[in-house]
Design a protein around this ligand. Structure first.
Ligand SMILES: Nc1ncnc2c1ncn2[C@@H]1O[C@H](COP(=O)(O)OP(=O)(O)O)[C@@H](O)[C@H]1O
Ligand SMILES: [Mg+2]
Length: 377
């Protein structure tokens, strides 16, 4: 018997599990070294005191609202069964340890619970490495979604750019016919020489236009690493407006561009911002199937010095019951195949990456405005 008791004592004291024996009134009867080390108390300080005081410093048993989970001891006393929770224990202000806590009831001959044994297993390492792996997975998924969203935007752009490229191509064809005709006449006259020069220069202009459209599309489709540089938001807005102006024209939308006369410098990633503004403009265009007006305004707030960009449309507006969901991933009111519900969640994430803010105001049947704010440097 003595030998058995000694074995239990060794197990109790040497276990790398924190072990605490409790009374049903929450007071600590006994605790091993591992438990006392975790709660940073000596045995004399802990024994006889209630566990809620030792662990959390509370005078009364912990409430779900205070600690974020139902106390396993309370659960065991209520159900008569063992219980378990994961407990985040703050060792210091910025350092937490995670414990898997399990409680087991000990009963007397009349089946009454007389003690509860609580086992604390430190799972900080395991938990942190799983969290890190999960975060890495979310980051890769996010990158994939962002790229997918870029490809969708690219598809939408390409459709309108095909029209835009077609115009200069028609011009090129006409000029090349004219040049051919002059050359077929033999040695050009002085006047024809002047015409040839004019046509070639007009052709270069048209070719440049095509080149700009294609390189705009190419640079947009490229998956580029995030790079924060000192940059002018107005430049990004101008690039996005020139990429989308034909799409607006086709949809009978009048753009009203009012950019601040001075550059709006922020620390930003031009690709991310371009994707944000494109998504907002596409949404506005899609909200005005019968045409309308799209205002793009940028300015520096005179008080806070923050950069403010407003994009507002005279489209269908957003219903009150939808407005709190529009930034949720996969929330869409569009028909299948027309909307993925990704755009605004990506915009939200990117604005937050820039330590910025996004606000929406909308009235059904009147229109919607999105206001983005970016901190001054
Ligand atoms: N400018 C806008 N006008 C009206 N509704 C809008 C506007 N922008 C966003 N929405 C609403 O928010 C939803 C989510 O937008 P988004 O995340 O871009 O996904 P998607 O455009 O693929 O539906 C849209 O389906 C639409 O209901
Ligand atoms: Mg969208």
């Amino acid at each position: 018997m003595i030998l058995e008791k000694m074995s239990y004592d060794v197990l109790f004291q040497q276990s790398n599990l924190g072990i605490v024996v409790l009374n049903p009134n929450f007071t600590i009867v006994d605790a091993n070294k591992t438990y006392l080390k975790a709660v940073k108390k000596s045995k004399a300080e802990a024994v006889g005191k209630p566990c809620h005081e030792i662990v959390w410093g509370y005078a009364v048993p912990c409430l779900l609202s205070q600690v974020g989970f139902e106390c396993p001891l309370v659960q065991t006393l209520r159900t008569g069964e063992s219980a378990h929770v994961i407990h985040e224990y703050h060792v210091s202000e910025d350092q937490a340890r995670y414990f898997n806590i399990a409680t087991y009831p000990i009963r007397d001959r009349n089946d009454k619970i007389v003690r509860v044994i609580e086992l604390w297993r430190d799972i900080t390492k395991e938990f942190s490495s799983r969290c890190e792996a999960r975060v890495r997975r979310i980051e890769t998924d996010m990158k994939k979604l962002i790229q997918e969203d870029r490809m969708i935007s690219l598809g939408k752009l390409a459709a309108s750019c095909v029209h835009e490229i077609n115009n200069p191509i028609q011009g090129l064809l006409t000029f090349s016919h004219l040049i051919q005709m002059i050359l077929e006449e033999g040695v050009p006259t002085k006047e024809n020489m002047e015409n040839l020069k004019k046509y070639v220069s007009l052709m270069s202009g048209e070719l440049e236009r095509c080149g700009n459209i294609v390189s705009g599309l190419l640079s947009f489709s490229r998956e580029s690493p995030v790079e924060y540089t000192y940059m002018d938001i107005n430049e990004v807005l101008n690039a996005v407006i020139s990429l989308t102006h034909h799409k607006m024209e086709l949809a009978d939308i009048r753009p009203d561009k009012r950019l601040s006369p001075e550059p709006l410098m922020i620390m930003g990633d031009a690709n991310q911002l371009q994707q944000c503004f494109l998504n907002l403009i596409f949404n506005a265009v899609e909200a005005m199937p019968m045409g309308g007006e799209l205002s793009i305004i940028s300015e520096r707030d005179s008080v806070s010095e923050n950069s403010r960009i407003e994009i507002w449309d005279t489209g269908c507006g957003i219903r009150d019951e939808d407005i709190s969901h529009i930034f949720d991933p996969f929330f869409t009111t569009k028909e299948e195949g027309e909307g993925t519900g990704l755009g605004l969640s990506i915009v939200y994430g990117m604005v937050k990456n820039h330590k910025g803010d996004i606000k929406v105001k909308s009235r059904v049947g009147k229109g919607t405005s999105f206001t983005l704010t970016f901190p001054s440097l």
